[in-house]
Design a protein around this ligand. Sequence first.
Ligand SMILES: Nc1nc2c(c(=O)[nH]1)N[C@H]1C(S)=C(S)[C@@H](COP(=O)(O)OP(=O)(O)OC[C@H]3O[C@@H](n4cnc5c(=O)[nH]c(N)nc54)[C@H](O)[C@@H]3O)O[C@H]1N2
Ligand SMILES: Nc1nc2c(c(=O)[nH]1)N[C@H]1C(S)=C(S)[C@@H](COP(=O)(O)OP(=O)(O)OC[C@H]3O[C@@H](n4cnc5c(=O)[nH]c(N)nc54)[C@H](O)[C@@H]3O)O[C@H]1N2
Ligand code: SF4
Ligand SMILES: [Mo]
Length: 866
Amino acid sequence: MNDMSDITGQSAKDDWVPTSCALCYGSCSILAHRVDDVVVKIEGNPESVVGKGRLCGKGVSGIMTHYDPNRLTVPLRRTNPKKGLNEDPGWKQISWDEALTEIADVLRRLRADDPRKLTVQRTTTVSASRTPFLAFNAAFGTPNLSAAGGGMHCGNGAHLLSGLMHGSWSIVPDFQYCNYALFFGASKGHAAGHASASNMGMAAEARARGMKMVVVDPMCNFAAAKATEWVPIRVGTDGALALSMCQVMVNELTIYDEPYLQAKTNAPYLIGPNQRYVRDEATGKPMVWDVQFGAARPFSDVKAADMALDGDFEVGGVPCQPAFELLRRHLRKFTPEWAEEITTIPAANIRRLAADFANEAHIGSTIVVDGVTLPYRPVAAIAFRGSQGHMNSVYNFFAISLLNQLVGAADVVGGCLGFNPASNGFEETGRLAYKPHPDADGLMKTGTWMGYHLPYPIAEPRLPEKSGLQDLFVFGLTSPFLDSDDSEDLWQKLELPYRPEVMMNFGANLLMSIANKESVANSLARYKFMFSFDIFLTETSAFADIVLPDCGHLQTLDSRSNYPFIFSLPAGMGEWCWPIRQPVLPPEGEQRRFQDVLLDLADRIGIRADVNAAYNASMNLAAPYRLQGDRQYTYEEICDAELKSNFGPERGLDWFKAHGVLKWPKKPEEVYWRPFADVRVPIYWEFIVPVYEKIKAITEPRGVHVPPEYYEPLPDFLPCLSHQCKAPGFDLYAFYYRDILHTNSFTMENPWLDEAAQLDPLSYTIAINADTGRQKGIADGDWICVENEKGRKVKGRVHLTQAIHPEGLGVAACAGHWGDGMPVAKGKGVFFNDLLELDWEHSSPINLNLDLCARVKVTLEKEGKR
Ligand SMILES: Nc1nc2c(c(=O)[nH]1)N[C@H]1C(S)=C(S)[C@@H](COP(=O)(O)OP(=O)(O)OC[C@H]3O[C@@H](n4cnc5c(=O)[nH]c(N)nc54)[C@H](O)[C@@H]3O)O[C@H]1N2
Ligand SMILES: Nc1nc2c(c(=O)[nH]1)N[C@H]1C(S)=C(S)[C@@H](COP(=O)(O)OP(=O)(O)OC[C@H]3O[C@@H](n4cnc5c(=O)[nH]c(N)nc54)[C@H](O)[C@@H]3O)O[C@H]1N2
Ligand code: SF4
Ligand SMILES: [Mo]
């Protein structure tokens, strides 16, 4: 800290505090410039790998979120017992002791009755909230942890596939070496996505280096605007394009990486007529056809190069084929001409894209990185929210993943990288080491993970205990069925043994972030009691009985703002980096950190020992830093324990507060781990067959039909419901996209970001193709009404542009707030989610993803306003 003299001669306290942003889940490392206990500026922390000294506009504006006079500063209790969209809660200030006494009474009684009746809901935007809530959840004993719109909008398909194929939460091109990146509805390094600010720099450098970037997207927005080529696609049809590209590569061009498929996938495993592996009777291992021996043998006994990929065989009288042969045959129907009909992308373009991708992969080539010779495949097919935010989420992402698998561009130099799934750990302590490893079938299990269950092996489906039904629909991470219109019907049929009664919410604005507000409001009103940790009164907090004023990102503490190297640390060569978040400013009024409040509640309801045990497990604390019995540790002490446990006794919380981050170099074998790990990934999902049988055995007798076409071992293209709408006048596909200026429903309240968004022609408007608009007699700036097939309506001002597919209707972010608690946000922008239905029919029957597109009709608003 420097003591400086200002012009008045008075001394000013002036310092820069290293901490982490939380305006989105990227958690970029920041430096907060603090002068006389006021933060006057936020900059990127160049010492950190997370952001690399860069910030986005939201991060810089975080200062205005902190100093917003509408921030909550006292606990509030509702006085109006009625809950509804038009009910005023009648907030009354209460003391912390009153608030926590009442909450603890409710929780104590509930836990004695049935802990599963507690639903814990949290926003993923503050990613650091994960560990404390997971610990509380586990200790309390409820399986119901949910993430509002998170997952079923953004990651249910992405995390499943990235987990199965890359041992990782997410994927990104190896920007340092990639020459051809194909983006399917993802903005990794352009506006949104994971590891934003780091990826923004890396993506820019890659483009300057000459990396071609091809963006498949219904809109030419942030990623496509920077691309070499924009490929406009009909909403929700990415699977058809990817399958067709696979068809061209495998059957028309016959370009694919045979040695990779033999050694690193289950492509050579023999499949019988029952869609299952042909297994060795003695060992139970899947068999391959050994071309040297001319016989089927367990995969582990055969050299990869001797494994047949093609042909028909017979083993013990059973006809069978290698999985790859089945894939090759399966792909034949996905011709570019077929795909053109579905995607609107001309067949010739599909052939060109496939040829470019296949040729740019330079199959067979190697490169030396830091003295290590490694496979070099400088192409990557990437996807995230856009292409998989649909009912056909799983197959779409599966088909896109196959592009990388076919050319061997998975976790090798220049290819598609998982987000740091392999690490040798911190050398001095040997901690934080993990890497993918094989199961008995040779298929990859992740070395580290952060979901409720591992992506593989697939969990055993059972009669649900989770109100979201994910223990039955085991491919789903998060679920719409906590809130859907028909959840009671599903719970009854599937014999859920209890009903949700109490909700503990952390920040999430589920009333806005999931789907139409009526459906979610009905679900929220069903809870007998709800309390919410908030920094603002959101639309959702209006359904709470008690609201607790939380500290914001500049006031809070977290020993793992970037754990476990997944969200924020860029993939690729460079350094490992462990940053923390620390308080720069004290609480205002009666604000308290949620982590401390959770510990206080644990003590009040008598579950401290369980919470300590849960922290030991989730932070993987090593002796002597394990938390003991029911000792009342502060959250500071828990953070200190985690840091010392990982990095040694001299690098505790104090060291991290002073230094901000700890770094050490990555090795090529960690970043490009695939050649060094004896694991295979499934290009053919044999495991899906028994899983479906088990799901069906539970659902069919109980009157719930689960369509089998979602559970095939090879991906297909399944149309969204919106593709099937034939009602006259419903000729546009409505979709949303992230605004570079806003995070989900959060930042419209930030005055700097709001001002910038008002200047932007798209942030708060509805984008329609200019020619389509003119045909409909709509002019730029007109007010229109957008109506979905069920008659739900959304209104807004039109922006006509050439930068959108002629059938598309694009809305930015999750705006259109109506509550009084965020007055800057109120009335700004368009609330897209009012066009989304929330029921079984509109959910993926395999991974529970919501269908995030709607077929809509637009009409001109005569009055020229809302
Ligand atoms: N139309 C549309 N819908 C969407 C999306 C979209 O882009 N458009 N995105 C979807 C996706 S992928 C997701 S993940 C979800 C996200 O949706 P949600 O998780 O419901 O929330 P966000 O909209 O991200 O807003 C973050 C919330 O956290 C609160 N908050 C921020 N910091 C803190 C803090 O330190 N403490 C506390 N207690 N609260 C805090 C903010 O007040 C805000 O309410 O929305 C989904 N829904
Ligand atoms: N600036 C900013 N950054 C964020 C967030 C934010 O709200 N704002 N949110 C964070 C969160 S929670 C998440 S999940 C990530 C999400 O990050 P992204 O995956 O990048 O999310 P989106 O921008 O919603 O969707 C990506 C693209 O998909 C397109 N798209 C929509 N439908 C389709 C389709 O059917 N097919 C194809 N091919 N494209 C389609 C959209 O036009 C958009 O360009 O971003 C994180 N980072
Ligand atoms: S990308 Fe996210 S975490 Fe990084 S500066 Fe922007 S808002 Fe903050
Ligand atoms: Mo998300």
